[in-house]
Design a protein around this ligand. Structure first.
Ligand code: VG1
Ligand code: CO
Length: 543
């Protein structure tokens, strides 16, 4: 058995986006495509000799092949040990948990997250550093640069060991430990939440429907909700991770999780509905006929955090991505703690969490998390809600309405124009940027603009800067429109338009969201000339 060096040629476009490198499976299937990226990554990691690497993915098509390749390459690179999830399975938050618990050097997550899977779907690879969080931009940029000059990669010519059963194997000098994907994560959840209170809630007859969307959240939700907390069998549906997600689009929002929404609207609806995405880092919370906006979820969890044992002594601060609504800011203000505004993508929360400046973080895209790991965490958010409901009582809807009554309501929606022409989307953003200097002081659709800029961020911990993170138009009453292009799509470009309007008056907090936002929607379409640039009169997805 030997370590061999294989000559290769660079592939164009191996640039990680918002969360790792995501491409069509057919792109990843090209000879040496994955190998080039992994070698480029390894080349950018100093002092890996003898170190521990964590490896696993969401089980989608191509996961197994990728695990085999990466094991053989890790053996050729001198790592000492790889902790690989049994059957190649590890959710994104579980990778983060395992890296931290075992003091690993880093980890590789194989997932395109909420993107569709299967032979015609997407695949992805992401590297997480020693704190358990996504690699910072400095590293992903270095990896990208390396992919452009790669000439060879190193790999063991030995076959990868069996990773379908627990056990340990040697591959060259590398120790491969096949671990239970759920155990470490379940232990962390047990330490974080009041499991007794949640178990009592289930015993009282409280009914939950948890839709894992045929993705990796299933085994975790089954083991914890049904196994440990005593929820009845069948509480978790679509619980088996399938390579093509059973043709579901594992993006838990009211559009893609329509089956859950339908169940929650039925006459005999359960008390609580929830769903997780492809890699189980996202969550959607639904009450009876009452989907919760993710920005509201972050604010509400922050307001009630002290009922959870881990957060009983209060929060150090809250962080939200820029397009996420300012509902959490109001809670932070009331609590007298800081609220940070970061660019889109979880990697920007890492320093704030490590420095102890933020405890809870969230994004409008159904992502919520805390300092328990360094990723967003779908099942954690679900357990947080159950813990709050178990202690506070009431329903999802009554909790949210009470929250609006005390803090006001931030009407919020995101309009996505998916798979539009990239050149047109680029021109749209360029035109918007060109208009920025003259927007403040003008009125759009009768609404005076207070501020208009292209969001730039300076990390308060390490001083690193990120510019061009989204065009925002902020009106005099605090309403906002944000425009940015997606960094996770694999087809053309996706324009995201984020809309937010604050309503303090409880008598006006029950307007349908799209109606409440109608003047902003019209202003956004006219300002960005969306139809002219994309050929679309309507967004493809409204959440
Ligand atoms: C989207 C979301 C962003 C999220 C990212 C990864 O990015 O908007 O909030 O962090 O997906 O989530 P973009 O660039 O397409 O807007 V996941 O669950 O797909 O890792
Ligand atoms: Co995800």
């Amino acid at each position: 058995m030997a370590i061999v060096s294989i000559p290769t040629q660079p592939y164009a476009g191996q640039q990680p986006g918002t969360s790792g490198l995501r491409k069509k499976v057919t792109v990843f299937q090209q000879p040496d495509y994955l190998e080039n990226f992994v070698q480029s990554l390894f080349d950018c990691l100093p002092n890996t000799a003898g170190q521990t690497l964590v490896l696993g993915g969401d089980g989608r098509f191509h996961n197994r092949v990728a695990v085999q390749t990466i094991l053989r390459m890790a053996a050729a690179h001198g790592f000492g040990r790889v902790l690989v999830g049994q059957r190649g399975i590890l959710s994104t938050p579980a990778v983060s948990c395992v890296i931290r618990k075992h003091h690993a050097y880093g980890g590789i997550v194989l997932s395109a997250s909420h993107n569709p899977g299967g032979p015609d779907g997407d695949f992805g690879i992401k590297y997480n550093v020693g704190n358990g969080g996504p690699a910072p931009e400095k590293l992903t940029e270095a990896v990208f640069a390396r992919t452009k000059e790669i000439k060879s990669y190193r790999i063991s010519d030995q076959g990868a060991p069996d990773f379908d059963r627990p056990g340990t194997h040697h591959l060259e000098a590398l120790l491969v430990e096949v671990i239970d994907p759920v155990a470490d994560y379940a232990a962390l959840m047990r330490e974080t939440f009041d499991f007794d209170a949640i178990a009592r809630l289930f015993r009282s007859g409280f009914r939950v429907r948890c839709d894992a969307m045929n993705a990796v959240g299933g085994p975790y939700a089954k083991a914890i909700l049904e196994g440990e907390l005593g929820a009845p069998a069948g509480t978790v549906v679509n619980a088996e991770p399938l390579e093509d997600f059973g043709h579901l689009h594992p993006d838990p929002n009211p559009v893609n999780a329509e089956d859950l929404i339908a169940h929650m609207a039925g006459a005999d609806a359960p008390d609580f509905g929830c769903a997780t995405d492809g890699d189980a880092d996202r969550n959607m919370i639904v009450g009876r006929n009452f989907p919760v906006a993710p920005s509201d979820s972050l604010a509400l969890l922050a307001a009630h955090a002290t009922v959870v044992p881990r957060y009983a002594r209060g929060l150090a601060g809250i962080a939200r991505s820029m397009p996420t609504s300012t509902a959490a800011d109001r809670v932070a203000k009331a609590l007298g703690i800081a609220c940070y505004e970061t660019p889109t993508g979880w990697k920007f929360f890492g320093n704030l969490l490590d420095a102890g400046r933020a405890t809870l973080c969230g994004e409008e895209s159904y992502g919520t998390g805390s300092d328990h790991v360094r990723e967003k965490d779908g099942l954690w958010a679900i357990l947080f809600w159950l813990n709050v409901l178990a202690v506070r009582g009431g329903s999802v809807e009554s909790l949210v309405r009470a929250h609006w009554a005390s803090y006001g309501r931030n009407y919020y929606s995101r309009h996505d124009y998916e798979a539009v022409d990239s050149a047109g989307a680029g021109t749209l953003m360029a035109e918007l940027r060109a208009q920025l200097p003259r927007l403040a002081g003008q009125s759009l659709n009768g609404m005076p603009v207070a501020q208009a800029d292209d969001f730039a961020y300076t990390d308060p911990v390490d001083g690193s800067t990120s510019s061009k993170q989204g065009v925002r138009v902020i009106f005099a009453d605090g309403s906002r429109i944000v425009f940015r292009l997606s960094g996770t799509g694999t087809e053309g470009a996706t324009l995201r338009v984020y809309l937010e309007k604050y309503e303090a008056d409880p008598a006006r907090q029950d307007v349908p969201t799209q109606a409440a936002l109608a003047p902003l929607i019209a202003a956004a379409r006219a300002l960005a000339r969306i139809e002219q640039h994309t050929g679309r009169t309507e967004p493809s997805v409204v959440t």
